[in-house]
Design a protein around this ligand. Structure first.
Ligand code: PLP
Length: 375
């Protein structure tokens, strides 16, 4: 039996999402005007209304996409195209869905300013936001460390000079309650598989104005911002998962946070020379730690042999033995950060899972350190 510690990467679909998906699986084209089309449309409308109610926006502000990655791309490229400053403000710790999009815009001639990040994994100096830009983009919580960014201040500073803000809320949606309309962002990205919905469907919340320009063209669905026939069954699954996830979130945060704290304290008590990269304010689900003198890929293989499924937390890290850009931005050296692990906990995590890891991790780290000392 495996011990799954990668909830931040994806989580098993909730039964309520499977049920909603199955009951809508035979839906036809929600854009068609005849009876079967209207039936599909009403399932889609209901999913859209549920999302709008749960996330505090109007149904028209809810746009279904194929992933968090697509939502991030539409928002950042689309808001950039809608503006005229040729300037983007972002941070150096974004997920590749934003990081690579911003690099692409830089290659197209955009001036890009990245805010500095401290050893605590947070942005502090927001002064680059005081000059106008076409888009300022920031993640709500980092996918590797779980560290929560000061997004209220970020949005207030950018809005003071009329810069539209995009928030990558992929790690927080379904975990933290929020109200999109009072947040003040122009756009926000989320992804269903992070809160127990189907993989392959994402959310983009987009105010009426300023709205992102489309980056793909077609039949005008989803306000023309994301054309293409919508996957009605996945939208129904997403809405069901979001509803259940938010209803459980207060109790789950406390339960999971206690397990995470026990894991952290156990690791610190039993292993020497550990760097803690998940510092408060932080999602209760995340524990990111570095073990100097090891490398992340070896740690993952050793843990996998024991049935422990964790990750380095870095999407582009897998298979390439390099330190993540997030740790680099936090000022961690390659020697200290190369051997890092992210344990991300979720609704299936139990005391037994924590005991299992704590009983085995010290020996795994010893082995990895002795192998790397030989090499
Ligand atoms: N943004 C963040 C912060 C993420 O953690 C992820 C996924 O790991 C994404 C964007 C991309 O989401 P998706 O997997 O739905 O493309």
């Amino acid at each position: 039996m495996s011990h799954y510690f990668d909830y931040a990467a994806t989580q098993p679909m909730r039964q309520c999402a499977i049920d909603a998906w199955v009951s809508a699986a035979a839906s036809l084209n929600p854009g068609a005007q005849y009876a079967s089309g209207r039936r599909a449309r009403s399932v889609l409308d209901e999913a859209r209304e549920t999302v709008a109610r749960l996330l505090g926006c109007e149904p028209i502000e809810v746009i279904f996409t194929s992933s968090g990655t697509e939502s991030d791309n539409i928002a950042v490229q689309g808001l950039y195209r809608a503006g005229s400053h040729k300037r983007v403000v972002s941070t150096p710790i974004e997920h590749p869905a934003i990081k690579e999009t911003v690099s692409y815009l830089a290659a197209q001639g955009a001036q890009v300013d990245l805010l500095d990040v401290g050893r605590d994994g947070r942005i502090h100096d927001l002064s680059a936001l005081d000059s106008p830009a076409d888009v300022a983009t920031c993640m709500w919580a980092n996918n590797e460390t779980g560290v929560i960014q000061p997004i209220d201040e970020f949005i207030a500073r950018a809005s003071a000079v009329d810069t539209p803000v995009h928030i990558d809320a992929v790690q927080v949606t379904g975990k933290l309650d929020f109200d999109f309309d009072s947040l003040g962002a122009a756009t926000l990205a989320a992804s269903a598989h992070k809160f127990g919905g189907p993989r392959g469907i994402g959310l983009l919340l987009a105010r009426r104005a300023p709205a992102p320009q489309p980056i793909a063209f077609g039949g005008g669905q989803e306000r023309g911002i994301r054309p293409g026939t919508v996957d009605v069954a996945s939208a129904a699954g997403l809405a069901a998962a979001l509803d259940e996830s938010l209803r459980e979130s207060a109790a789950e945060s406390v339960r999971v946070g206690k397990l995470r704290d026990r894991l952290r304290e156990g690791i610190l008590a039993s292993i020497d020379n550990v760097l803690l990269n998940s510092v408060e304010p932080c999602l209760p689900s995340h524990l990111h730690v570095s073990f100097p003198g090891t490398d992340g890929d070896s740690l993952i293989l050793l843990l996998d042999q024991l049935g422990i499924e964790a990750s380095t937390g870095s999407a582009c890290h897998a298979g390439v033995n390099r330190m993540s850009h997030v740790l680099e931005a936090m000022g961690i050296t390659e020697h200290d950060g190369l051997g890092s692990l992210r344990f991300s906990l979720g609704r299936g995590t139990t005391e037994d899972d924590i005991d299992f890891v704590l009983a085995r991790l010290p020996e795994v780290i010893d082995r990895a350190r002795s192998v790397s000392a030989l090499g």
